[in-house]
Design a protein around this ligand. Structure first.
Ligand SMILES: Cc1cc2nc3c(=O)[nH]c(=O)nc-3n(C[C@H](O)[C@H](O)[C@H](O)COP(=O)(O)OP(=O)(O)OC[C@H]3O[C@@H](n4cnc5c(N)ncnc54)[C@H](O)[C@@H]3O)c2cc1C
Length: 391
């Protein structure tokens, strides 16, 4: 019923089915409980790691499967369409896309040291970029890393750092040269992958609307000593390294959002078939049918854009416009499908036991993070349409 574009070969369908078989072991009851407690889904994370899925797009030399971003997107779309929706995706997301900068810019020693534990799931990492006073304007971050012999000493604040309650490691962006001494604001930022040493980093959980099973946090970093060998690539080029990994991250986010939307749509469709009011199934009313049909069309279109972006990326072609468009379309389609699923359920859409309210709360964040829909539109207006830069 829910046509899928990404799994377009028998190998890719087998990949999807294998991931789905693991996800199906964790049903709505499991995720509802994780959401309500809230509690990190360790059992789910372990099951995915045991299946060897965390290294899907990582080089085989370090224990990965060496597949492309298209296959990773199939995996994450499948996870998104499971009962865990976005929480399930966020449990894994950093392990799948986070090491990209290490793969591309790390030394051989760093790859040997850092990648295998991430791929095996024995180490968990978090991603510390966003700061309270910088927002989407990443070059304005204030966290400083000051060289002190064989170490850097880091001081500053991060916000929204997801999974920091569990993480052993942090992929951290910090300023190593004051912005006033740089030719461009994008210079002078450096990237580190290092121990999240709680003696020097206070981690405070943020209470949030949805995705409660996966924590997001404020970090207060006070005198964290980072060995020079934990710096990824050259000093001062961290912003460029982060930019490199934006397209694959957008593609994965978009695939996840399509999955979430599909989950909501399938619940809504089932309810529309079985719920009888005025002597007939509510799904017989066009005001119920049409929005669901629209959701189907929007999700399918978004998935095709994901496929297009992923295919370009895997072929080594530029894909910024497509990756951003996929993220924009998929997040909006997911949000509308989740909203419609709540409304299709009427009052029961508001009840926790029907789960669609949880899907809705999780779908909201796909439009906000890691990049907002507004900033995507700014990017497309400037880079595709040639309009003046507005940010
Ligand atoms: C659940 C969750 C998990 C997250 N996990 C992580 C994580 O693990 N690591 C991490 O580093 N970050 C994480 N983030 C942070 C996330 O990436 C940011 O919230 C996001 O980038 C938006 O930044 P901001 O919240 O500071 O919004 P702001 O920059 O304050 O923007 C606020 C609003 O203004 C709009 N806006 C701003 N400037 C412009 C402009 N020039 N033109 C048009 N509109 C504009 C934005 O689109 C947005 O709607 C997470 C966020 C959430 C909600």
């Amino acid at each position: 019923m829910l046509t899928e574009a990404l799994a377009d070969t028998s190998e890719r369908q087998a990949l999807r089915d294998a991931v789905r078989a693991i996800c199906d072991r964790f049903d709505d009851r499991y995720w509802r409980e994780k959401d309500e407690t809230p509690a990190f889904p360790f059992e789910f994370a372990a099951a995915i790691a045991e299946g060897g899925w965390l290294g899907i797009a990582m080089p085989e030399a370090y224990g990965g499967a060496g597949l492309g971003i298209t296959e990773a997107a199939i995996m994450m779309q499948t996870v998104g369409s499971s009962a865990g929706t976005f929480a399930a995706c966020s449990t894994l997301h950093i392990n799948i896309f986070g090491p990209h900068a290490i793969v591309v810019h790390g030394t051989e020693d760093q790859k040997q040291r850092m990648l295998p534990p991430l791929i095996a799931g024995t180490e968990r990492a978090c991603f510390g970029v966003t700061e309270p006073d910088a927002g989407l304007d990443t070059t304005k971050i204030k966290t400083r890393a000051v060289r002190d012999g064989s170490h850097y000493v880091v001081n500053g604040r991060k916000i929204w750092t997801s999974t920091a309650q569990q993480a052993d490691k942090i992929l951290l962006l910090a300023r190593t040269t004051p912005v006033e001494d740089c030719a461009r604001p994008t210079d002078g930022l450096s990237l580190f992958y290092t121990n999240l040493d709680r003696q020097f980093v206070d981690v405070h959980e943020i209470h949030k609307m949805g995705r409660a099973a996966v924590d997001s946090n404020s970090l207060f970093i006070d005198g964290l000593r980072v060995p020079v060998e934990d710096r990824i690539g050259e000093e001062g080029k961290g912003f460029r390294y982060i930019l490199d990994s934006l397209n694959p991250e957008r593609i994965l986010n978009a695939a996840e959002a399509v999955g979430i939307g599909r989950r909501a749509l399938s619940k809504a469709t089932a309810y529309a078939q079985e719920r009888v009011v005025f002597g007939r199934p509510i799904g017989k009313n066009q005001s119920i049918q049409h929005p669901l049909a629209e959701n189907w069309a929007e999700l399918y279109a978004a998935e095709l854009m994901v496929l297009r972006a992923a295919t370009l990326y895997d072929a080594g072609e530029p894909c910024g416009a497509e990756a951003n468009a996929a993220k924009y379309l998929a997040a909006d389609a997911a949000f509308r499908a989740a909203d419609q699923a709540v409304r299709t359920h009427g009052g029961m859409g508001y009840a926790r036991e029907y789960d669609v309210e949880r899907y809705f709360r999780e779908a909201v964040v796909t439009r906000l993070a890691p990049v907002s829909r507004e900033l995507i539109l700014c990017y497309l207006a400037e880079r595709v349409l040639g309009l003046p830069k507005s940010y």
